[in-house]
Design a protein around this ligand. Structure first.
Ligand code: GN1
Ligand code: MG
Length: 359
């Protein structure tokens, strides 16, 4: 079935005229639809191999966006707005078994793949910090866990070891260095999960995929508009949300950069993000949560590297790729960032202490 004809299943202003691919997500496919009145919408497939409970996922997104709309006076630029289908639901399943949903297009906005200025990164931190605050009173037990064990680093290592053992794509010998790097850090990787289990870190409603390209900024003022990609909003750790932003946005190169000499962990970008994030939600975080923010950054970067490596070993079945060895390239950038964080470990903790003093 053609994607532009799928758009007609939704309650649109005008009739669909064009439908063009957009966005850079690794999981769902995204299109921009323009109608006869010039109105623009986002049409997205929901990857049901990754998200097995599509109905549960959509119920999460419906409930979370409704809650956020109340916090933002129903401003359609501040919160993702779902478009209902003609039969009054919020997603449609086509004959070929695929799922689709639509959102209002957020006009006059930018979505960045890399932080070009410290201010842009700071503003994205404000967006994710406020997001966290606004969901603080959301009833977490009503949310479905859309991907069980999503940031369970202990379980991520179990899957990595399985992939290593099975060596399905026959690639293990060609990435021994990366495999060693991951294994040397296995014990530390589980640290925050164990703190959670011991009651030393609280579960909150978190985003869990806080990449810079999952937030929209106003194209002119460069101030935050809305947080997008809500499929993994579920109970999680605040430090993981902080950490995932750092792993992606405090790097001087893109996630899949092949020239590792371009990839560095930037302490100034880290500081800018920490300032925005702690300014927005620092007062609600516990002492342990604040103290483990640097660890969150390191462990999310390590976890993501391990996930890319696992997928490379499995033959690229999870993250979409555009070229050979792209998941290995992605893994290498993550591990390079982890090494540099280890070198700047004391500075990372000091930055947090300095910011907290000024709150
Ligand atoms: C995926 O969907 P996207 O591209 O925003 C992934 C994240 C990874 C990220 C790495 C559901 O995010 O967990 O951190 O790629 N999302 C899922 O770039 O697995
Ligand atoms: Mg995304």
């Amino acid at each position: 079935m053609k994607v532009d004809s799928i758009a007609s299943a939704f309650r649109l202003e005008g009739t669909p005229v064009t439908c063009a691919p957009s966005g850079n997500g690794h999981i769902n496919k995204t299109f921009t639809v323009t109608t006869s009145t010039g109105h623009r919408y986002i049409l997205q497939t929901i990857n049901h191999h990754v998200f097995k409970d599509v109905e549960g996922l959509m119920n999460n997104v419906i409930a979370v966006t409704a809650h956020l709309h109340l916090c933002n006076d129903h401003d359609p630029r501040r919160v993702l707005t779902l478009i209902p289908t003609l039969d009054g639901t919020y997603y449609t399943k086509t004959n070929d078994g695929n799922y689709y949903r639509m959102f209002e297009y957020v006009e006059n906005s930018v979505c960045l793949e890399q932080a070009t200025t410290e201010n842009d990164f700071f503003q994205s931190a404000v967006a994710f910090g406020e997001f966290q605050n606004q969901l603080a009173d959301f009833p977490a037990d009503t949310l479905v866990e859309t991907i069980p064990h999503f940031h369970d680093t202990i379980d991520r290592y179990r899957l990595f070891r399985d992939a290593l053992h099975q060596n399905l794509a026959g690639r293990a010998d060609s990435c021994r260095k990366e495999i060693e790097f991951a294994l040397e850090r296995e014990e530390e990787a589980g640290k925050m999960v164990r703190m959670l289990q011991a009651g030393k870190l609280p579960l909150r409603v978190t985003h869990n995929d806080t990449k810079l390209n999952n937030v929209m900024l106003d194209a002119e003022t460069r101030t935050p508009l809305c947080v997008i990609d809500l499929d993994t909003v579920m109970p999680g750790l605040a430090g993981n949300d902080f950490g995932d932003s750092i792993r992606f946005g405090a790097s001087t190169a893109s996630e899949d950069e092949r020239d590792l000499s371009k990839v560095h962990f930037s302490l100034p970008l880290y500081r800018a993000y920490a300032k925005g994030f702690l300014g927005a939600c620092g007062k609600t975080l516990t002492r342990n949560e604040i103290d483990t923010l640097p660890l969150g950054a390191k462990l999310m970067t390590l976890e993501c590297g391990v996930r890319f490596l696992t997928d490379h070993l499995n033959g690229d079945t999870y993250f979409s790729i555009q070229r050979e060895n792209q998941n290995l390239d992605r893994c290498r950038t993550q591990f390079k960032l982890v090494s540099e964080m280890e070198e700047q470990w004391e500075d990372m903790a000091r930055v947090i202490r300095e910011i907290v003093k000024e709150l």
